[in-house]
Design a protein around this ligand. Structure first.
Ligand SMILES: [Zn+2]
Ligand SMILES: [Zn+2]
Length: 413
């Protein structure tokens, strides 16, 4: 369950047709042959399929599975528990098909579903949220309750279609093996709604909407950087939209990298948390409240990059308590930047968790967290400079360190 699998995806360049192998987390695709950049986009989630090895002339049925990879945080009276999760489950409840994609997919390459794929695609009937609830109910059974609050921060959510064909039994078309026992009555496909595939992965150009420059980013970057006009952009339904960026300038250190964080302003109800003075009171910080602190707005902070749950939580709390605000410059930093690969939509899922972790005394969480509402209103992408040390990246102003291995940076600096 905690395997942390990254699927590979067989793909073709939309410009020149050259074959390419993508990773599941890739968003920015640069073709090795024609060098054209494109950005991969889907409505809500990506749809993949497992390639089949069925005998010829078999009518294929593609059965859908939700696939979630991410972190689950459970807020308990004793503190916050975390767990990394990598699961797949039926997106249509059915006794005919296997409950999950199964282990075979580890060694398999996936493909994007496209209208050219022949076969009957069964339509998901179980919404992902509902599946998650069912899953959590089972998972929570083992936790020492009561669970005061829970959030799941997704690194990816996708739909994987697995191919089958029907004979005396349901046959798994990847392995060409029976996936069910002998059927006691004929299998009726018409009981499942669905039809031919009518989705296609979208590619949007990576040209800067402001100046036309070809934008850059690492392959898993969710935010692209225009090095010509120093702007940053993220893909949205309307195409590329501009991201509000700020940074804390480099404190003269030589070897630094900027790490991205989401700085989120939210309406909090059920507890006073509008200003820095409110934070000092809510978190019971050992500070005497000074004049003017009630006019300094409070912001939630959280990593805009993927990192293990424990570090995610530590950085989130540490920065939110530190409230970096002095000298934030509303510009893209000059220098090396770590890519944004955790979207703000997921960071927003952590707001209440963030709050629960900083309230003191902890008893307050138990008494009041259920009544507290946190509604995000606006956000900014804020880069903080970290010094590159032997094993760690160190932020001296706020006294934080991140292990390089956790960022997948080892050997890349
Ligand atoms: Zn190409
Ligand atoms: Zn530009």
């Amino acid at each position: 369950m905690e395997k942390n699998i990254n699927f590979l995806i067989d793909h073709q360049c939309p410009q020149c047709g050259a074959p390419a192998a993508l990773s599941e987390t890739d968003r920015l695709f640069q073709c090795a042959f024609c060098k054209v950049n494109s950005y991969l986009m889907e409505r809500s989630y990506f749809r993949y399929l497992l390639p089949h090895h069925a005998p010829e002339n078999q009518e294929l049925v593609y059965f859908p599975y939700w696939r979630f990879k991410g972190m689950i945080f459970s807020c308990l009276p004793t503190g916050i528990q975390n767990r990394f999760l990598d699961v797949s489950r039926q997106a249509v409840p059915s006794a005919h098909f296997p409950v999950s994609v199964g282990l075979r997919s580890q060694a398999m390459k996936l493909r994007f579903v496209s209208p050219e794929t022949k076969g009957y695609f069964i339509k998901p009937t179980l919404p992902f949220r509902q599946l998650m609830e069912t899953f959590l109910t089972r998972f929570n059974h083992d936790l020492p309750g009561p669970i005061l609050h829970q959030s799941h921060i997704g690194e990816s959510l996708s739909l994987i279609y697995a191919p089958f064909y029907v004979g005396q039994r349901i046959m798994d078309a990847v392995l060409n093996q029976p996936a069910s026992g002998a059927l006691d009555k004929p299998f009726e496909l018409s009981r499942f709604s669905g039809g031919p595939a009518d989705w296609r992965i979208r590619f949007i150009p990576t040209l800067c909407p402001n100046c036309g420059w070809d934008m850059q980013g690492r392959r898993d970057a969710l935010v692209l950087h225009c090095q010509n006009c120093q702007s940053m952009w993220q893909a949205s339904k309307q195409g590329m939209s501009r991201v509000n960026v700020a940074h804390l300038p480099n404190p003269e250190a030589e070897d630094i990298i900027y790490l991205p964080f989401w700085r989120i302003k939210a309406d909090v109800s059920g507890i006073d948390l509008d200003s820095y003075a409110d934070l000092v009171r809510a978190a019971n910080l050992p500070k005497a409240i000074q004049t003017g602190w009630d006019r300094i707005p409070f912001h939630f902070w959280g990593p805009a990059f993927k990192i293990r749950p424990r570090s995610f939580l530590r950085l989130t709390h540490h920065l939110t308590l530190s409230q970096p605000r002095n000298h934030l410059i509303a510009q893209v930093p000059k220098g090396r930047m770590h890519p944004v690969n955790l979207p703000v939509s997921e960071s927003v899922e952590a707001l209440k968790l963030n709050l629960a972790g900083l309230l003191r005394p902890k008893k307050i969480v138990q008494d009041r967290i259920a009544q507290i509402q946190v509604k995000p209103c606006r956000y900014q992408l804020a880069y903080l400079p970290f010094e590159i040390r032997h094993h760690d990246l160190v932020q001296p102003t706020f006294n934080m360190a991140v292990n390089q291995n956790q960022l997948g940076l080892a050997g890349n600096l």
